[in-house]
Design a binder for this molecule. Structure first.
Ligand code: KG4
Ligand code: ZN
Length: 350
């Protein structure tokens, strides 16, 4: 692999507004398949979550995830095709997440997608999961203008991405330690709220007082990077010192600290880059406080804000098929020799 940037649409003839891409996503704990036409018209999107399987372990167990993908994928593919109302003969390309993610889990989806592409005699497209989260932000909004600043916040990543054009990205800020979703998950586990932590903290926070505890907002006035590891430690120290503190107050105060930092840095990054549109992507983009605070802050600055629907925030295959359509147009088909790349970066070529 090499790091590169795409500057032109060299494979325009391969895709059109009526081209249909079948997408497969198995990078972590959701087995998903979807059918998307023209890069944005979602004909079907099926997600089988493994949450219940992993919940009792407090996090995703890689070996169990691979096996669960194997067991679920065929049925999920069948369902996606059925719901789309079209036949396999209308599929123009098959896209699958090739990274980043759990290697065993990725390989299940990549192998299935290659086999399907071979059987249907259509191109295979390897998709970068991070790039797909950027496209999820754009799927629900046909009028997104570049340059666009995307706050990509998931369980594994937290980054501020400047999108200059399709395929042209620059990471302008990122977490120096824990991803925001990871912080939600770790704090939730410590508070006994279960896995995944984000939705549990979001729900608890509605019952608590966000001003009850003044948790640190690390680096809030300093550059475009963020850090959440100190905040996690501050939560743990506070609860150990005041064991009778209300869990809802801790959840609300923690969530407020994370959101304050993310909103401040997103706005700073957009202003710095001259971007007038801000979009959210990734599982943490489902957070209710983040959605309302970013909307208020953007309205104040007269920025346009793009919030993906909740289903498009967390992992799904519609975003893979959408990103696959654009990738096919920019770079053409991916070689069937391509494998799975667990540590694939956003700007790495496949
Ligand atoms: O994008 P995603 O589905 O998977 C990754 O690529 O990581 O994101 C999952 C992450 C988890 O850490 C989960 O706790 C978090 O997104 N999350 C939330 C919410 N819903 C999911 N975090 C905060 N608030 C939520 N409502
Ligand atoms: Zn994801």
């Amino acid at each position: 692999m090499s790091t590169h940037e795409l500057t032109s649409s060299s494979f325009d003839e391969l895709v059109s507004s009526s081209s249909v891409v079948f997408g497969i996503e198995t990078s972590c704990d959701e087995t998903a398949a979807a059918v998307v036409m023209g890069g944005r018209d979602v004909l079907s999107s099926v997600v089988a979550s493994q949450l219940e399987i992993h919940a009792r372990f407090g996090g995703v167990v890689p070996e169990i995830a691979s096996r669960a993908h194997l067991e679920a994928l065929t049925a999920v593919i069948d369902q996606a095709l059925q719901k789309s109302g079209i036949g396999f003969n209308r599929i123009d390309a098959v896209a699958a997440t090739v990274g980043p993610g759990l290697v065993g889990a990725l390989l299940v989806g990549v192998s299935a997608a290659k086999s399907l592409a071979l059987v249907l005699d259509v191109p295979f497209v390897g998709v970068n999961h991070l790039e797909a989260h950027l496209y999820a932000a754009m799927l629900d909004d046909a009028n997104v203008e570049f340059p666009l600043l995307v706050l990509l916040v998931s369980g594994g990543h937290t980054m501020f991405v400047e999108v200059r054009e399709h395929g042209q990205y620059q990471i302008v800020g990122r977490t120096r330690d824990d991803a925001a979703g990871e912080a939600f998950d770790k704090v939730a586990r410590f508070l006994g709220l279960g896995y995944p932590g984000g939705p549990a903290i979001d729900a608890q926070a509605h019952l608590g007082d966000a001003k009850a505890i003044n948790f640190p907002r690390a680096m809030i006035n300093d550059g475009l990077d963020v850090s959440f590891s100190g905040l996690k430690t501050a939560v743990i120290n506070h609860v150990r010192k005041f064991p009778s503190v209300a869990t809802a107050d801790v959840a609300a105060s923690f969530q407020s600290a994370v959101v304050d930092v993310l909103v401040a840095k997103t706005l700073r990054a957009a202003e710095h880059l001259g971007a007038r549109t801000v979009a959210l992507g990734g599982g943490v983009a489902a957070n209710s406080l983040l959605r309302s605070e970013i909307s208020t802050a953007c309205a104040r600055k007269d920025f346009r804000v793009v919030l993906p629907s909740l289903a498009m925030c967390t992992d799904n295959a519609a975003m893979i098929a959408s990103a696959g359509w654009y990738r096919l147009r920019l770079s053409g088909p991916t070689s069937l020799d391509a494998g799975a790349y667990p540590n694939l970066g956003l700007t790495c070529a496949i």
